[in-house]
Design a protein around this ligand. Structure first.
Ligand code: ATP
Ligand code: MG
Length: 394
């Protein structure tokens, strides 16, 4: 809270205290004073795609520019990426800059958001070590996202411990920055649940120290888990079913024109299904009414287009061309900004280095508080030594 606002409202707060008593006042004060902090991030396993964009990135930029948050931390999760890419550190190393370029070209602003790299904040590992004692193996085994990711990566026979453990490490990332808000896609729900459980367990065991975060999912249902262009699973860097933010205009066009639709919609006159039809899911995610005026003025809105498709007489190619125009409009400015930024690589590393310094300072504060709460602050706690001196005097 800005000091000016604080002073201005001081008189009314004093009156409030007089009228209602200190207990209620303290509670309200605590709520008012609690900072609003965002932590979120991405694994540097590839360039970012339009699933990231609608699922999290676009929202982050809006939240950043809303002015409603005291601090925003955006993490490139390289240590997490290594949990299933241990044999390919070069892939992770090369993709740090790709993710950073995507961030900046979408509008994340290092003056407003701290962009940093996970492995450069070793305090996060310390927290993970302590939190590991608060979680059971069977609880991790029940995590549905980890379960499906293990299957996807053929890890069933031998799961790397680091991979199995990543929900705990994610709890460290979130709590280290005292995040109150975590804007992510739907696949992260089980991770947030795990984090909340760890926070509650920690606070009840060692005393109130950590902040329980809230997940912020996209408002639009289609953006919760954008499917891949193959229509099979979620769009994911590891599955080669992505439209990347940095794809050229022609690459995007080709991917859109080759997209999965309704396999039973063979002739234009056939009635088609819009549910499970990836082209319509993408339109749900990206299309606004104004796009119809610009690119397909025979329809007023998406409902009209869907109705025509469902009763038959509307071909896939026409819908795909429209989708292509809509996506190109969204991606063109991002692509142009990326071109400029690609000429500023050393400056981008400077931004990340600065971000790591800031992130480290914040995480170190939390680690100190955690160690105090756990009473593993031997050298800082004068009482401990005094007490033991007294004990041996007897
Ligand atoms: P990987 O395959 O390496 O796990 P990924 O494509 O799943 O990569 P992440 O870095 O794991 O990407 O996810 C980063 C963020 O983007 C998370 O908040 C996640 O929820 C969101 N996200 C990823 N894919 C999608 C998607 N298809 N739809 C909506 N949100 C998504
Ligand atoms: Mg993922």
């Amino acid at each position: 809270m800005a000091a000016g606002v604080w002073c201005e409202s001081f008189a009314s707060k004093t009156l409030f205290l007089w009228a209602f008593g200190a207990g209620v006042y303290n509670e309200i004060m605590e709520e008012e004073i609690m900072e609003k902090i965002i932590l979120t991030g991405d694994r540097p396993t590839g360039k970012l795609h339009i699933g990231h964009y609608v699922g999290s990135l676009k929202r982050r930029v809006e939240l950043q520019n809303s002015g409603n948050y005291d601090e925003i931390f955006i993490m490139i999760a390289d240590a997490q990426a290594l949990t299933d890419n241990a044999d390919n550190p070069e892939k992770v190393r090369q993709n740090i800059i790709e993710v950073a370029l995507d961030y900046l070209s979408c509008g994340l602003d290092p003056k407003k958001s701290t962009l940093f790299i996970q492995s450069q904040v070793p305090e996060l590992c310390e927290l993970t070590t302590f939190y590991m004692n608060l979680v059971t193996v069977s609880r991790l085994q029940r995590n549905p996202t980890v379960k499906s990711e293990i299957k996807m990566r053929n890890f069933e026979a031998s799961i790397p411990v680091g991979f199995f453990n990543y929900p705990i490490s994610q709890a460290s990332d979130i709590t280290a920055f005292k995040a109150t808000t975590v804007p992510v896609g739907e696949d992260q729900l089980p991770m947030l649940e795990q984090t909340k459980e760890i926070v509650r367990k920690f606070n009840s065991t060692y005393g109130d120290t950590l902040i329980e975060p809230d997940i912020l999912l996209p408002d639009n249902e289609a953006c919760l888990r954008l499917p891949g262009t193959d229509g099979k699973a979620k769009m994911s860097k590891s599955l080669n079913n992505c439209i990347y933010l940095s794809d050229t205009e022609e690459e995007v066009r080709q991917k859109v024109m080759g997209m999965y639709t309704d396999p039973d919609h063979i002739k234009v006159s056939d009635p088609g299904k819009v549910e499970g039809n990836t082209v319509f899911t993408y339109l749900d995610a990206f299309c606004k009414e104004e796009h119809f005026e610009r690119y397909l003025s025979e329809y007023k809105n998406l409902d009209e287009l869907k109705a025509h498709y469902m009763r038959g007489g509307l071909g896939d190619v026409k819908v795909k061309k429209f989708l292509n125009a809509v996506i190109q409009e969204e991606l063109a400015p991002i692509r142009a900004r990326r071109k400029e930024l690609e000429g500023q690589i050393p400056e981008i590393y400077d931004i990340l280095k600065e971000g790591c310094k800031k992130a480290r300072a914040k995480a170190a504060e939390t680690v100190n508080e955690v160690k105090d709460a756990m009473k593993i602050n031997y050298f800082e706690d004068g009482d401990l030594i005094k007490e033991q001196v007294e004990r041996y005097k007897k």
